[in-house]
Design a protein around this ligand. Structure first.
Ligand code: BGC
Length: 352
């Protein structure tokens, strides 16, 4: 089978290679890969800045945003050939830490978790893959064209859960959410905000193209303006931050309504310094009982919530988030970001 492989410690080493077909172990599904989504993490791995191959190897199969079709399933597993499935990204650390021992591997405390396509486990960017049934999630068959959006949706399902759990510490009836960034994470976070009946605002730099259109099609208000101006006008109860840009992050923290919750989801590069009035930021957070929370990855509860959110979403709207579908052998094109991209998808086989 063909697979997209990388050498995580070396820049620019992405290559399609022929690898032996995987054989499902006990309790595993054999899956035909349909597509993998490409995100900033994949590009970071290809650039040599992130990721780790499985122990004893120097190459890793890339791809953590999966979509496939079951070829074979163990009897009594609840899966059957033909099912549309995605594979979960993270596995608990082997110790396990208290969080991993309780199924909260997204909150792993010792950093020894593994991740398919990212850290020490081969990913899903291959024509065939296997997955443990306990880490496979079935999708509504109607989602064949868009189910590859599942993994980023799990990330925002977790972010929303964090916001709601933190909000529940006192009276909480949020009305307005500001989502910063109109990439896949931002737009999917906006979708989940709309599904919750909130007034949703989306801020991004783009002044034209698919991003503002997608936000407006959702019924959100789109802003291509300065973060301070937008928070001043919107006075958001919640901010889901999906740019990782320092100025936007700080603007969001400084710009919430009282009892504001800012959930940070963007992984930024270190080393960019900007002047900050730390006293003013502290004062604002304290006097307003604000919370700033970071959120990464997702556990099985978030996969279930994401599958449900996608099943309830408008399929046409989800389709417009996938702005390019690129076949596996043209992976270099997919791995190079273009300004008008929302989600770029690598197709692995028959799926077009
Ligand atoms: C993935 C997460 C993963 C994180 C850190 C993100 O791109 O969506 O599942 O935990 O990278 O490796």
């Amino acid at each position: 089978m063909r697979a997209l492989t990388v050498a995580p410690a070396r820049a620019g080493a992405a290559e399609v290679r022929d690898l032996p077909d995987p054989r499902p172990g006990e309790g595993e599904l054999l899956v035909e890969g349909l597509a993998v989504g490409v995100c900033g993490t994949d590009r970071e791995i290809v650039s040599g800045a992130y990721g780790r191959p499985p122990p004893g190897r120097d190459r890793l199969v890339l791809g953590h945003e999966s979509l496939g079709r079951v070829i074979s399933a163990p009897d009594g597993s609840g899966f059957a050939p033909g099912d549309l499935v995605v594979g979960v990204v993270r596995r608990p650390d082997p110790v396990p830490c208290g969080a991993c021992a309780r199924g909260a591997f997204d909150m792993c405390r010792n950093g020894r978790y593994t991740e398919r396509g990212i850290k020490e486990l081969d990913g899903y960017g291959s024509e065939l893959w296997t997955v443990e049934t306990g880490y496979a999630v079935a999708l509504d068959p109607r989602l064949e064209r868009v189910g590859v959006l599942m993994e980023p949706t799990t990330v925002v399902a977790k972010a929303w859960e964090q916001v709601e759990r933190i909000g529940a510490r006192s009276w909480f009836e949020p009305r307005r959410v500001l989502v910063t960034g109109a990439g896949p994470i931002g737009l999917l976070a906006a979708l989940l905000g709309v599904q919750r009946g909130l007034e949703v605002h989306v801020l991004d730099l783009a002044t034209g193209g698919p991003k503002p259109e997608a936000a407006r099609a959702l019924g959100a208000e789109y802003h291509a303006a300065d973060i301070g101006e937008v928070t001043g006008r919107v006075d958001p109860d919640i901010v889901i931050e999906a740019t990782g840009a320092s100025g936007v992050v700080l603007g969001a923290i400084a710009g919430t309504a009282s009892y504001g919750i800012v959930c940070l989801t963007g992984v930024s590069a270190a080393g960019r310094r900007i002047p900050v009035d730390a006293g003013a930021v502290n004062r604002e957070i304290v006097l307003e009982n604000d919370v700033v929370v970071g959120s990464v990855n997702a556990n099985l509860r978030h996969y279930a919530a994401a599958a449900d959110a996608l099943a309830r979403a408008d399929l046409g709207w989800l389709e417009r988030l996938i702005t390019r579908r690129v076949p596996l052998d043209r992976h270099a094109e997919a791995l190079t970001a273009r300004p008008d991209d929302i989600k770029v998808v690598l197709t692995l086989g028959r799926e077009a």
